[in-house]
Each structure stands twice: as C-alpha cells, then as structure tokens.
Design a protein around this ligand. Structure first.
Ligand code: SF4
Ligand code: SF4
Length: 172
C-alpha cells in the first residue's frame, strides 16, 4: 500500500477541530451574555416623569440660602466672586440698618447675579463662602430660550423664606 502524503495546503484535521471548538465556545459565551442581559430588569428611565437619582456630590443649579428666621445668609463679602475662575458672579454689597436688616452681618448682597452660561459648575463659590450661603443643588434642567434668562438674579437664586413655607404647609 503506497504511503499517503499530507497536503501542505490543508490544515491537519486536529487543528481544524480545535478551531471549530473555539468558535462554538465563543458563540455560546456571546449568547449566554445576550440572554442573561435580556432577563435583567429594564433600566430605561421614563424621563421627564421619572428622574435618575443624582449623587450627593452632584453640582447643579445654585441657590442662595436663608436662616430659619428668614434672614439671608449672604453677607456680601464677595469671596465667592473672587474664587470663581470664570468671573461669572457679580455681588454688590450694601449696609444693613436696624430698620432694614437683611442678613445677620454688617452687609448683605444688594445685587447677586450668576451668569449661568459662563459657569463651569466647579463649586469653588460654595467652598469659598464662609457662611454656606451659596450652594449648588441637584437641579440640572437648566435649558431656556434666551441668553438673558441665564443671568440668574438674586430673586431667582434666593430660596423661599422658611417661615412662609411653614405657613403654607400649616394652611395658615
Ligand atoms: S460653580 Fe464655579 S464657575 Fe460656577 S459660579 Fe461657582 S465658582 Fe463660578
Ligand atoms: S455667597 Fe457667601 S461668599 Fe458670596 S458674597 Fe455671599 S457670603 Fe460672601
């Protein structure tokens, strides 16, 4: 019986079987990933009705805070404006008087504005404030239809007087 010579162009049968085995294994692995993901609960958030939770450290829209007695925390020191790397905060301070007391300090912010189009939400203003008056909250829906509306005035930034809120809640 003549000796059969192996064809150099044809891969040995063992190698072909090995490669087929690897491909089947990869296919099974891929399908198992697909099926396991398909069985997991749906993660789609029905925005805007539902909102995904923000991290506690999330830095969104700014607020100017008050004390429980309704006085504004801001003392018009302008440290936040000095700390702001893009210069988007404008503070114009005025003196408190016994007849017109706005904050516990000597001065208060007569004008307080933030140009939100320039803000980079770095949080430096919040860190610089000695009385925790300016804070960045969790709100991120800031879209608007004109550039002017992105200049947030003190009226827009100031949180409601807690005494008014309590009255509303009590229905007084
Ligand atoms: S978050 Fe940063 S950029 Fe925005 S107002 Fe504060 S300091 Fe300025
Ligand atoms: S927000 Fe704070 S840092 Fe800025 S002016 Fe008022 S008190 Fe000073």
């Amino acid at each position: 019986m003549p000796d059969e010579k192996p064809d150099p162009e044809r891969p040995p049968r063992q190698t072909a079987q090995l490669s087929l085995g690897k491909e089947l294994l990869a296919l099974a692995k891929g399908l198992s990933t697909t099926f396991s993901e398909a069985l997991k609960p749906n993660l789609t958030v029905q925005y805007p009705e539902d909102k995904s939770p923000r991290s506690e450290r999330y830095r969104g829209r700014h607020y100017l805070r008050r004390y429980e007695n309704g006085l504004e925390r801001c003392i018009g020191c302008e440290l936040c404006a000095a700390a702001c790397p893009v210069g988007c905060i404008l503070v114009v301070a005025a003196e408190n008087t016994p007849e017109h007391r706005v904050s516990p300090g000597e001065r208060y912010a007569k004008v307080y504005e933030i140009n939100m189009l320039r803000c980079i939400f770095c949080g430096y203003c919040e860190e610089a404030c000695p009385v925790q008056a300016i804070v960045l909250g969790p709100e991120y829906e800031l879209a608007d239809d004109s550039r002017e509306k992105f200049v947030y005035t003190k009226e827009k930034l100031l949180e409601p007087d807690p005494r008014d809120v309590a009255r509303e809640v009590d229905g007084r």
